[in-house]
Design a protein. Structure first.
Ligand SMILES: Nc1ncnc2c1ncn2[C@@H]1O[C@H](COP(=O)(O)OP(=O)(O)OP(=O)(O)O)[C@@H](O)[C@H]1O
Length: 500
């Protein structure tokens, strides 16, 4: 068995800190790890004619007649047995979007458990980086999400990935509408790291609201990361943070996910206060989302159809609006985005854990029932066509509607478009969303705001959508709480979307 790094090893990583004179501390290594004080080689000789090498970003499996590599990102777990057998489980790519667990297993020439254990630790360190291993996950299955396939998708596509990664699982089905709120409100937050929702965006919305109803809301929202395993019809949370709407690829992203603060916004309407993680829409988007339900049979073409109908009618949605603006034009928004995106993500210990008795933050600007803050002004928008505020970039797989969104900048990105613009201009904006040049269109008003109030007027009824769910057609006020919630993301601080 090789015990030192081969100098001629083509897969040797010259930047490997463990090969340098002063070993760097490794984030997840336990104090009594046998490899702690040894210079662990990158290459493990297994069998007479095979070796496993740690490359720059993948594990290289070298056999006499073949070489292949497995990206560290795809490595789920590794272990060794006393007889010298080393087993590595990984997520094998089986199609453009899907992965499924697979394993390789080799026996060491001469069993050396100290070396094998140290090498495995080094492999897992590369595979997980600063992501938590063996996450304790409360899984919520919505049997009615999307086409009703969540339970099957979980067992077939998701659970095998979690099991291979040695996650601790506690699975529950939601029994009725609002059950996600109850489960999150009553759960033992110390027993879990993540609530993963096999659902659309409806269950994550419920979970954040349930956590928000607890007396220890601030701590619960900080401690419990909410993730989505896309099994619904709207899967924006997963698209933004797992970078996929594939259930198996999302499971891998959750296994490897980095804890990331997410702004949550308080919505006050009537006497209610709820939390929103995704969006608020008044006008055409709300109407497309909510008023075309009866056209579900058309698939996503229902949105195009609904849009064209309203376009022909040049529909307007008059409202009075007051906003607390943080970045008031596109140049400022772009600069804020670039500055923030260039910074490294906060590490976990840079986030302060709220005290155990801290509830939801108080409202700095009061509620919809209070007088308008003195420095706000209600401005009539008599020709409003679209009012859309987003907390994360993608609203659906092809709709990077808010490319400048930053998950924890304390702001919502607010888009306003007049409803009386020329029809060809409206049509252009619709196509620009898919082409990725929507942000720069002249007639698209794009700002970052930290709070606002909107009161629809001169319409007896209409549609308001909060995180894709319909709420009463009456005025509401919104205030953003910076980094109040927690998600798991790939980057640790950004959405998986092309920024600005
Ligand atoms: N057992 C259940 N019976 C009925 N409704 C349920 C049940 N479990 C959850 N729900 C409700 O289903 C709704 C939709 O959930 P989800 O977001 O998972 O699916 P979806 O297909 O993306 O949703 P939609 O397209 O309807 O917004 C939520 O409001 C939730 O409260």
């Amino acid at each position: 068995m090789a015990s030192t790094v081969r100098e001629d090893d083509p897969f040797r990583d010259p930047h490997d800190p463990l090969l340098a004179a002063t070993p760097q501390p490794q984030p997840h290594r336990s104090a009594d790890c046998p490899g702690e004080h040894m210079n662990v080689p990158d290459t493990l000789a297994v069998g007479r004619n095979a070796s496993l090498s740690l490359g720059t970003d993948s594990l290289i499996v070298l056999e006499t007649k073949s070489t292949r590599s497995i990206a560290f990102y795809n490595i789920l777990w590794a272990e060794h047995a006393e007889d010298g057998q080393v087993t590595i489980q990984y997520a094998q790519t089986v199609s453009k979007k899907a992965v499924r667990p697979a394993l390789i297993s080799y026996t060491l020439d001469k069993p050396d458990s100290q070396l094998a254990e140290a090498w495995i630790e080094k492999l897992l360190d590369r595979a997980y980086g600063t992501a938590q291993r063996r996450k304790r996950i409360k899984v919520l299955l919505n049997p009615f999400g999307g086409q009703g396939g969540a339970v099957k998708m979980y067992h077939k596509l998701i659970a095998p990935i979690f099991a291979a990664a040695r996650c601790e699982l506690d699975v529950a089905k939601t029994q009725h509408q609002g059950h996600g709120v109850e489960i999150a409100r009553d759960m033992d937050i110390e027993a879990y790291d993540v609530v993963a929702c096999c659902s659309g965006d409806g269950i994550p919305h419920e979970v954040w609201n349930g956590l928000g109803q607890r007396p220890d809301a601030a701590r619960a929202l900080h401690h419990v990361a909410v993730a989505q395993l896309p099994c619904g019809s709207g899967n924006a949370l997963s698209i933004n943070f797992n970078g996929t709407d594939s259930p198996s690829a999302a499971a891998l992203a959750v296994v490897k996910g980095l804890r990331t603060p997410l702004d949550l916004a308080s919505i006050t309407q009537g006497d209610r206060r709820t939390l929103s993680f995704l969006s608020q829409a008044v006008g055409i988007v709300a109407e497309l989302d909510l008023a075309t339900e009866h056209l579900r049979w058309m698939g996503s073409a229902r949105f195009t159809w609904g849009f064209l109908v309203r376009l022909i009618n040049k529909t307007v949605y008059p409202a009075d609006i007051a906003v607390k603006v943080e970045y008031d034009n596109k140049a400022a928004v772009r600069e804020a985005y670039r500055t923030q995106a260039a910074k490294p993500p906060l590490s976990n210990h840079e986030r302060t854990l709220p005290p155990p008795d801290a509830g939801l933050p108080s409202l700095k600007h009061g509620t919809i029932n209070d007088a308008l803050p003195s420095d706000w002004e209600l401005i009539p928008h008599d020709h409003l066509g679209n009012f859309y505020a987003g907390n994360i970039a993608y609203m659906s797989p092809d709709m990077n509607f808010f490319p400048a969104c930053l998950p924890s900048d304390g702001c919502l990105d607010l888009v306003r478009i007049r409803g009386d613009i020329a029809r060809h201009t409206s049509l252009k904006s619709m196509m620009a969303i898919e082409n990725g040049n929507f942000f720069d269109l002249e007639h698209v008003d794009y700002q970052k705001v930290s709070a606002y109030r909107i009161i629809p007027k001169r319409q007896r009824e209409g549609y308001i959508s909060i995180d894709g769910e319909r709420v009463p057609f009456e005025g509401f006020q919104v205030e953003v709480h910076r980094g109040l919630g927690t998600v798991l993301s790939k980057s640790g601080h950004l959405c998986e979307a092309k920024g600005v």
